[in-house]
Write a protein that binds this ligand. Structure first.
Ligand SMILES: C[S@@+](CC[C@H](N)C(=O)[O-])C[C@H]1O[C@@H](n2cnc3c(N)ncnc32)[C@H](O)[C@@H]1O
Length: 208
């Protein structure tokens, strides 16, 4: 694991009731029956289970998360609800054990900021999508470049702020992966998070 502090923080939060999201990727995704979807950094599995209901028995949803406690939580919720069109995989986002061109839709909510090699995550999203597929991702960006003091601090990165990059850097990574029609669907005003100013953002793009 590139940052053990992330696993430690989210292992503690797996059984908590606090909200972990920073945007509405699922709400903006227009998921529809029959689609295959992947939720990156699926946490307790709430969005995976909601998506499973939307895509129905002809569709399928994968939740991917690096924290074992989160995977356990998602699996047990799916079992309790009798949901059999969803699967939870414990994995880093930079190397996901799924075949290329698996999904019609990839969503992610407040996760990619944690990963130092965001370029590799975007390449994975591109690889996993079918041609014609789309992503809808909510995340944060930093208003100004984050100083080395914070951007190299594993605890601060785990707290969901110090791993943020600027908007330009973020969008460059998305476009370099090959995505077209990249659109910002929602963007907040700047607010303080940890020791920096961030904005929440929801964006979409297509693999053509
Ligand atoms: C802020 S929570 C968001 C959870 C969920 N998406 C939601 O909106 O409720 C971040 C999640 O990303 C996961 N995560 C962080 N870094 C990761 C990585 N490198 N690979 C896979 N999952 C990661 C954490 O374990 C945690 O469950």
């Amino acid at each position: 694991m590139e940052n053990e502090a992330v696993k430690i923080r989210y292992s503690k939060l797996a059984d908590d009731a606090c909200c972990l999201s920073c945007g509405g990727a699922l709400e903006k995704s227009s998921a529809s029956p029959g689609e295959v979807c992947i939720d990156l950094g699926s946490g307790r599995g709430t969005d995976v289970l909601r998506l499973a209901g939307i895509v129905g028995s002809e569709g399928f949803v994968y939740g991917v998360d690096v924290t074992p406690g989160m995977i356990r939580k998602g699996k047990s919720a799916a079992e309790k609800l009798g949901i059999d069109n969803a699967e939870f995989l414990q994995s880093e986002l930079t190397e996901i054990p799924l075949e290329s061109e698996t999904a019609d839709l990839v969503i992610s909510n407040c996760v990619i900021n944690h990963v130092s090699r965001k370029d590799l995550v975007w390449q994975e999203i591109f690889r996993l999508l079918k041609t014609g597929g789309r992503f809808v991702v909510s995340d944060i960006y930093s208003v100004n470049p984050v100083s080395d003091q914070y951007s190299s601090d594993p605890e601060a990165i785990a707290e969901c702020w110090a791993g943020a990059v600027t908007k330009n850097e973020y969008l460059a990574g998305v476009r370099q992966a090959g995505f077209k029609d990249v659109v910002i669907l929602e963007e907040s005003k700047p607010y303080k998070k940890g020791e920096i100013e961030v904005c929440s953002i929801t964006l979409s793009g297509n693999k053509r």
